[in-house]
Design a binder for this molecule. Structure first.
Ligand SMILES: [Zn+2]
Length: 234
């Protein structure tokens, strides 16, 4: 599997404090972190309310008599609710993308096209996928307009690996705390995932450094700097 595109900015222009990692999810629309603090962006209750109303109406519609007055009435109500839901979602994505783009200069996402290949799809997930893709598109153009950058990294195992020692710490979605038996790191699950995403971004950035052909031992020194970088994060 190919890694996402190499970073768009030269390594010397990257400041760690400029990077914001964004982890999109089903329960929370997005979890942001600058590597220290975690901020959550919720899906508003309004959206849940519309979704519930739509489900109820869909059930009523399927039970109603064909060509009846009542069926027509339900259909109209359903269309109105669906329109409202679509507008509320769009509105929310605009707010969320504004918040994300304001939070940092380099916005790092997990590449969902890679994730989609390794995860099972269900309905809730595909609805979320559509929202996530829209959210990323919005962030992408808003960042560009603001002279900022978005970047996508390989998302595999970011939630399962320890961000300090790299050990695999298996956990299902109900386990919210990352607790590593190998090195003792105990932190919020989302923060651990975000730190892994950040680390992958930094690796991409280091790997994208082009060495001058005549520079002796430069490749070696880059490795050393990369290792130092890794220690800094720890
Ligand atoms: Zn560990």
């Amino acid at each position: 599997m190919e890694l996402p595109d190499v970073v768009k900015i030269p390594i010397e222009q990257i400041k760690e404090q400029d990077i914001i990692d964004v982890d999109v999810g089903i329960n929370k629309l997005a979890v942001l972190t600058d590597g220290i603090e975690v901020k959550e962006i919720d899906n508003p209750k309004l959206i849940a309310k519309y979704e519930k109303g739509i489900k109820t109406l869909q059930k009523q519609l399927s039970k109603s008599k064909k060509h009846s007055y009542n069926r027509n009435k339900i259909r109209k109500k359903l269309a109105k609710k669906q329109r409202k839901l679509a507008n509320a979602r769009k509105d929310n994505l605009h707010k969320a993308s504004n918040q994300i783009v304001e939070s940092g200069n380099i916005i790092v996402f997990e590449d969902l096209n890679v994730q989609g290949m390794v995860q099972n799809h269900n309905l809730a997930k595909s609805i979320s996928d559509a929202s996530w893709n829209k959210l990323m598109d919005m962030c992408d153009y808003k960042a560009e307009n603001a002279g900022k950058y978005t970047q996508f990294v390989d998302p595999r195992d970011t939630s399962q690996l320890c961000s300090r020692c790299g050990a695999a710490v298996k956990k299902d979605l109900s386990i919210r705390i990352h607790s590593c038996n190998n090195c003792g790191l105990t932190i919020d699950r989302d923060l651990n995932a975000a730190l892994n995403i950040r680390e992958r971004y930094m690796q991409l950035a280091w790997n994208s450094v082009k060495m001058p052909v005549d520079a002796p031992t430069t490749a070696h020194s880059i490795e050393q700097v990369g290792a130092m970088k890794q220690e800094e994060i720890i």
